[in-house]
Design a protein around this ligand. Structure first.
Ligand code: HEM
Length: 424
């Protein structure tokens, strides 16, 4: 058992493959509990996490992605550090991305995003997912085996966002290449790193060109809608704002969804009875995805900076404290979910999980991620039978080994190799 008082959650390698006993230990002591890193409090309880997510007044999102690294450059003092946050927020990593904004600037950009992710756009995007899934599966169907991330999910999730934003068809292969999501050479477990530069820089350049071009010469395409989307007051956002919003969708929607698909496929391959059940009743696939989101929440940590001294779950959190949320811990809180460590398809309250956060910043890509996982599973079941874990990669049943990515931000398998029998 790890010593929660002394273990460094951010660097401790033994917590990577299975962080859940650590989360349980913390929650058992108190759902709002300081960790070894000074000035950081961990929230492992469901009700407490929802309370923090919903309170944008007391908790700033300025550090949502970076947490305590590097934190504010000065030592905060007093019970209200609102002014200090405003003074230094520009110095925090990714400070001008939606997820790190607060108050009006967040509301404005979020409204812009809502204008882009219209029900019509999402419907068209879901239609495209079927083609994108098939195209990806075509690349390995004859092999009888594949690595879920490198051969399918990384590329698929990237191409779904490219389609959502209307990236022209002729440029998409370049996106796959530049963002390192092409099918790797045989026997190489991870995507070929063919990028010669920062992927976000590549996206930034491309979207700047697209939006500038459409603002000069509008067409009837999604990129033109993006270029002319306005704030609720009718004003037009700066070019940079639209570009940042677009590039952020790739960053926010790619890795997370790819991890979700891999977790779902591990559970499906480990439990063949679910393959039969879901093949027989496709409507249950949505429940399957939901329970996967609860049990293996892809966002492992997500942060807030306490603006004013506040109490959560009866515990005082001083202003200046970094609050570390763990959706995966909250989603295994036994006060909320019975038998929280078990995968159960019949949970009546499964949709109350907080894998997509809650409150003003809750994930706007939730419907998209759910559809991506649902469509993927459905196409796997249509085109493959007897989907099983590759024993040469992960060991025999009862003695499996899986490696998870050594990051405190995401929960995801480094690789998942599956074997199957093609249908047809
Ligand atoms: C399984 C997949 C996904 C998971 C687990 C996930 C999780 C989350 C979580 C927990 C947040 C809240 C962050 C916070 O409150 O600090 C968030 C925000 C966000 N997500 Fe997702 N996400 C997923 C997929 C996507 C997709 C597919 C997109 C879009 C293409 C997307 C776009 C965003 C954006 C733009 C935000 C920021 C919203 C804001 O700050 O107002 N996400 N996501």
């Amino acid at each position: 058992m790890v010593d929660v008082e002394s273990v460094n959650f951010f660097t401790e390698s033994t917590l990577v493959n299975d962080p859940y006993p650590y989360f349980d230990e913390l929650r058992g002591r108190c759902p709002v509990h300081p960790v070894a890193q000074p000035g950081v409090v961990s929230v492992t309880g469901y009700a407490e996490a929802v309370e923090v997510y919903r309170d944008g007044e007391a908790f700033s999102s300025c550090n949502a992605v970076s947490g305590p690294f590097p934190g504010l450059p000065v030592q905060p003092e007093g019970d209200d550090i609102g002014a200090l946050i405003e003074q230094y927020r520009d110095q925090l990593p990714m400070s001008d991305f939606l997820v790190n904004l607060d108050g009006d600037s967040h509301t404005m950009q979020r409204a812009l995003l809502r204008r882009l992710l219209t029900p019509n756009r999402l419907r068209d995007n879901e239609e495209a997912m079927w083609r994108l899934a098939d195209r990806q599966i075509d690349e390995f169907i004859d092999d009888g085996e594949f690595e879920v991330g490198a051969h399918y999910a990384n590329s698929f999730s990237l191409m779904v966002v490219a389609d959502l934003l209307g990236v022209p068809e002729r440029d998409r292969e370049d996106f796959r290449r530049q963002l390192g999501a092409l099918k790797p050479a045989p026997d190489v477990g991870m995507p070929a790193q063919v990028t010669s530069h920062d992927p976000l820089e590549f996206l930034h350049q491309r979207f700047t060109e697209y939006i500038q071009e459409r603002r000069r010469e509008p067409r009837s395409d999604v990129l033109s809608e993006l270029a002319f989307a306005t704030y609720p007051d009718g004003s037009t956002p700066e070019l940079d704002v639209v570009v940042r919003l677009s590039t952020f969708l790739f960053a926010a929607g790619g890795d997370t969804t790819a991890r979700l698909i891999a977790s779902a496929m591990r559970i499906l391959a480990e439990n063949p009875e679910y393959q039969d059940l879901l093949r027989g009743d496709r409507r249950r696939i949505a429940d399957f995805v939901e329970e996967t989101l609860r049990l293996e929440s892809p966002t492992k940590s997500d942060f807030r900076l306490t603006r004013v001294t506040t109490r959560v779950g009866g515990v005082e959190i001083p202003a200046g404290t970094t609050v570390m949320m763990h959706p995966g811990a909250a989603n295994r809180d036994p006060r909320k979910f019975d038998e929280p460590d078990r995968f159960r398809l019949d949970r009546s309250n499964v949709r109350e999980h907080i894998a997509f956060g809650r409150g003003a910043h809750s994930c706007p890509g939730g419907p998209l991620a759910r559809a991506e996982a649902r469509v993927s599973i459905e196409r796997f079941l249509d085109r493959m039978t007897d989907i099983r874990i590759s024993e040469s990669a992960h060991g025999p049943a009862g003695a499996r080994h899986y490696e998870y990515e050594p990051t405190f931000i995401l929960r995801g398998l480094t690789k998942l190799r599956l074997s199957f029998t093609p249908i047809g």
